[in-house]
Design a protein around this ligand. Structure first.
Ligand code: NCD
Length: 309
């Protein structure tokens, strides 16, 4: 049974298919509003979330389905010591599909090996976040019209930022993309992503600490939050949290068609004045995330024979 734990669980053909379905949903939402009638999505979120959980839930409601929700480890049997495996087996008895967020890297993978319904990773620790990448891909597709030949700047916390890791995995599969990795020394991209993804596939990249210097080359600037919850001490976080702040003064160095992306939530890393610049795409990403989650839920439920579309 197909689950989506990493973005690499979806081939580029499957991603094209999801983008096509999302496009149809945007055009004719009424054609999709009853497809999941009688079906249930369980959202198991053991870490804070606003967008991801609500967008999964909105996606299922807009498909005519229902939602069962556990928000927070402290309100579920995880607090009593239940294993991920047992939780997954239990929830499979109630729901047709599961979306799981967990602070432990690999937890959704463990859940998917026990569950008898498809499992979607909604973010595991500092590791992966494939459905944010689906939101990012639809945004890139709608803004740039292509997935190839792009220079993508990734800025901020590249060490703990799971959305960055998944986006690099996804975009490295398309030809002629280049990455500019902009971060403080302490928050550089982990070597498992650098070696196993970029170097292994011969994808060109450069590392720098200089955001302004990198700006003029970029087709996309993907800003990220410094991931406070993954730091071992608060002092390091406070020292690094404001390493990069994108404002209109810096935007003056960017191309007129550069897209500014951010998975959100933002803390300080993009000043509010940038929001009204037509290059700001981060609230479009939020909406695109809902459409891609609708497309993914449909796809996985069709794979198990529960929907037709
Ligand atoms: C991201 C996450 O949870 O990794 N948020 C999201 O899902 N849109 C980014 C973040 O928390 O910084």
């Amino acid at each position: 049974m197909k689950s989506v734990i990493s973005i690499l669980d979806l081939s580029t053909d499957e991603i094209d298919d999801l983008v096509r379905t999302a496009g149809k949903i945007i055009q004719r939402p009424q054609d999709y509003s009853g497809i999941c009638k009688g079906l249930k999505l369980a959202t198991l979120f053991f870490e804070p979330s606003t967008r991801t959980r609500l967008s999964f839930e909105a996606a299922m409601y807009e498909l005519g389905g229902n939602v069962l929700s556990v928000a927070g480890a402290d309100t579920s049997s995880a607090a009593k010591g239940e294993s991920i495996r047992d939780t997954a087996l239990t929830v499979s008895c109630y729901a047709d599909i599961i979306a799981m967020r967990h602070p432990k890297e690999g937890a959704p993978l463990v859940a998917s090996s026990a569950a008898t319904v498809p499992v979607i990773n909604a973010g595991d620790g500092g590791h992966n976040h494939p459905t944010q990448t689906l939101a990012d891909l639809l945004t890139i597709h709608r803004e740039k019209g292509r997935f190839s030949g792009l220079t993508i700047g990734l800025c901020g916390d590249l060490k703990f930022g799971r959305t960055v890791h998944s986006l690099i995995q996804a975009m490295s599969r398309y030809p002629d993309n280049r990455f500019v990795l902009i971060s403080p020394e302490e928050l550089k991209l982990p070597s498992y992503v650098k070696k196993d993804v970029l170097q292994a596939q011969g994808v060109p990249y450069e590392q720098t600490t200089d955001l302004v210097g990198a700006m003029p080359d970029l087709d996309i600037l993907y800003m990220t939050r410094v991931q406070r919850e993954r730091f071992f001490n608060e002092e390091d976080y406070l020292r690094l949290k404001d390493s990069y702040i994108l404002d209109m003064r810096k935007m003056a160095y960017a191309r007129p068609d550069m897209s500014v992306m951010h998975p959100l939530p933002r803390v300080n890393e993009i000043s509010v004045e940038v929001d009204s610049d037509p290059r700001a795409c981060y609230f479009k990403q939020v909406l695109n995330g809902k459409y891609m989650r609708m497309a993914l839920i449909l796809y996985l439920l069709r794979e198990v024979g529960k929907v037709e579309y």
